[in-house]
Structures are given as C-alpha cells and as structure tokens.
Design a protein around this ligand. Structure first.
Ligand code: AMP
Ligand code: MG
Length: 383
C-alpha cells in the first residue's frame, strides 16, 4: 500500500487537504494524525473491523484497550451508559486537552475497542489539526499512539512513517506534537480521579480541582474510598484497571539507564559512576568505539564536564551521542524530547543510553513513568 503524507499547517490546516483523509476515515480506513500528546493512529471507533485492523497494524496485544477521540466532550453521551456530575465537571475542566476519562461503556461501542472491558476511555484532543480532522470526519475515532507496539510513541510524522509506512493510506503531517507524551488516563467512578496513567494533567492539578469541587474534607473522604476500592479491584481477579500499564513500552533497542540525584551536581556524579561501571564491565572488541547515548540538560552536562579533571578514560573510549533536551533540568521539557531522542539513539546505533532522571517538578511523575518503562520496568515500578 502506498502511504501518502498530507502536510498541513499546524495552526490553521487547510480543510481541502484534510478532505481525503477524512473521507478515508469514514470509509473505515486508517489515518495517522497529530495530537498535542503524540501522533495517533485513527480509525472509525464504532466499526469493529476497522478497530481490528488498528490492532493488527500496530501488532498491539488484544487486551490493551483503545481511547476514543471526539471533537468535543458532549459527544461522549452516546458512547457511555452514564456520566456523573463530577465526571461532567472533570470533562468541562480538562477537555479538550491531554486528559482521558474512563467511563461505563455503552453497548454501541464494540467490545474490541475496550478489549472486552465494560468501560470506554474518552479523550478530546486540543491540537488544531486533530480538531479539524475530527470535525470533518464527524465520527468517533479510536486512536492509539501511531507506533508499532512496544516502540517509542511518535511525536513527528517521520517517526510514524518509520513504523507504519506502507501499512496505512494516509499520514497527516502537522509538525511536532506540543507535549510529546501521552494523556493522563483517569477513572473517577467513586467521585475521585484515580490516575491510571500519569501525564501532563498532573496529580496535583486533579487533587486541587477535586478539593475545589467537593471542598477539602469531602474530597479527602472520597480519595480514601476511591483508593480503597481500587486496591480491592487490583486484589480481585478482575481485569487490571489499566491494562496498558503492564506492557513494556517506549523501548529503544539499546539498554537504557537512568541517572538520578537531587540536583545537577549529584546527577552528574551518578552519571560518571555509571559510565565508569559500564566501561569496566562491558568490554567491547578491541578497537571498537562504544556509542553511548546521553539524554541530558545543558546544566547537568556542564556539571558533568566540570567534574572530569585532566585526560580521562571516559572521553578516549566513548563516542557519546549527546542530546541536550533543554538548558535547565525540567521534566516537561525532557518529556517533550524523550521519544524523539530514543528513536535518534536507535538510528545511530547506540549501545547503551543514559537518561537524566527528574522526579521533582510539574510533569515529573509522567516523565519518570515513561523513562522507567523505556528502561524495561513493568507496572509494579510505575505505581
Ligand atoms: P495509547 O492509546 O497507546 O496511548 O494507550 C491507551 C492507554 O489507555 C492504555 O494504557 C490503556 O490501558 C488505557 N485505556 C484505554 N481504554 C481503557 C479502559 N477502558 N480502561 C482503562 N484503561 C484504558
Ligand atoms: Mg501507545
């Protein structure tokens, strides 16, 4: 199959260019398109054969459900058997945006979308290209990230092509995604937002909103009840609340190590220790340079360089491929560059990647979740 790339303006896409991809979606074909989080692989959500094709093209495990994308939250009414007042308020506050809400599923939504669960996940992307395409198409779109299952999510059209060229008829190229990691997935059945997957709508934002909505005391009671019922659910034989979290994800081909510490100086020190260990333990063939990927802020890179006094074995034996994600250490800036960096390291053939760990600050939880899973950590480590 020939994959056509349809390039549009990121802010004001020409609707005439989007007409063909929209028509293809209505016919049940698959179209990759940008959202503010990552590129999605869209298909008609209420067409079971189309949804089966999404799973096949991605090679996605059948028990990992898809998120349904809508141009506006009111359209969710047809897809669920009921939305509580608090859920309506959450949707009004955080949609459109990088926020997904898990609701009770209407039978109109095919089983395969939700991997057989009795819930359905709903999101309304804010990205102007996604909005324009969804409005033109006029139907709910199932849209998981547009990568082969297990690979880093795509944040530019080229990354989509790398995984899906020849497998889908259209890739809409609307430039780089604004956020770069996937949405926050939330379930709020017990009047408290429980995070199933962290994202840039943070735990703190959700807690503040809930406290505003119910008052601090009642919000706290709701939290205790909701957390207890979630623990109960994970102890029982019921399917996991967020099946996607159990899979290895975002994995580059190289091994990934996370260097940590409270500030740039401490992280630079940890990085140095890890590099020394790597050089002493993993000896390559004589004369073979070691290509090491380094994902770091320039502040931490400066601290790292400052700590190397005189000629050091490190610089002689290593050929570092350095990607500086920002001047200062900042989790949302790092998250924005992470997936693209992992793909670049793969392209140059890095043997091992060292990535800067940043848990403090807005977006820290979401960034560390992706980083740990790229390093091979499972769900236990995430939560
Ligand atoms: P992706 O579209 O690739 O970003 O993955 C979608 C994520 O949403 C996965 O982590 C799924 O487990 C999660 N998800 C989708 N539908 C549901 C649902 N009905 N209940 C819980 N989690 C869901
Ligand atoms: Mg995904």
């Amino acid at each position: 199959m020939l994959t056509r790339i349809v390039k549009v303006d990121a802010q004001e896409p020409d609707l005439r260019l989007l007409a063909e991809p929209a028509e293809a979606l209505r016919r049940g074909e698959l179209v990759a398109f940008p959202t503010e989080t990552v590129y999605g692989l869209g298909g008609a959500a209420l067409n079971a054969a189309t949804v089966a094709r999404i799973f096949a093209v991605k090679d996605r495990p059948a028990d990992n459900p898809l998120i349904i994308h809508l141009s506006e939250p009111s359209l969710a009414i047809d897809l669920t058997t009921g939305i509580s007042e608090f859920e309506v308020a959450l949707m009004a506050r955080f949609m459109p945006g990088p926020f997904t809400l898990v609701l009770p599923r209407h039978e109109r939504v095919p089983d395969i979308v939700s991997a057989g669960q009795d819930t359905v996940a709903i999101r309304c992307p804010e990205n102007p290209v996604a909005q324009a395409l969804m409005r033109l198409t006029g139907i709910p779109l199932a849209a998981p990230s547009a990568n082969r299952s297990g690979r880093p999510s795509p944040t530019v059209a080229r990354d989509v092509a790398e995984d899906l060229d020849g497998k889908i008829p259209y890739i809409v190229d609307g430039g780089a995604c604004q956020i770069g990691i996937e949405s926050t997935v939330v379930i709020a059945r017990d009047d408290y937002p429980i995070i199933l997957r962290p994202g840039l709508v943070t735990r703190e934002m959700l807690a503040d909103f809930t406290a505003e909505y119910f008052g601090v005391e009642r919000a706290e009671q709701n939290r205790e009840c909701a957390e207890a019922s979630q623990r109960e659910q994970s102890r029982s034989q019921a399917p996991p609340l967020s099946p996607g979290q159990k899979y290895r994800h975002y994995a580059p081909r190289a091994r990934l190590e996370i260097f940590t510490g409270d500030d740039s100086g401490a992280r630079a020190k940890d990085l140095r220790a890890r590099l020394e260990r790597y050089l002493s333990v993993e000896s390559p063939q004589e004369g073979v340079e070691r290509l090491v990927g380094l994902f770091i802020s320039s502040a931490t890179l400066e601290a790292f360089k400052g700590g190397l006094s005189g000629p050091t074995a490190l610089s002689a034996e290593l050929r570092p491929e350095v990607i500086v994600y920002a001047a200062e250490p900042d989790p949302s800036a790092a998250a924005h560059e992470l997936f693209a960096a992992l793909r670049s390291f793969d392209r140059v053939g890095a043997a091992v990647i060292f990535a800067e760990g940043l848990s403090a600050g807005s977006g820290g939880e979401a960034y560390m979740n992706r980083l740990r899973r790229a390093a091979g950590g499972g769900a236990e480590e995430d939560e």
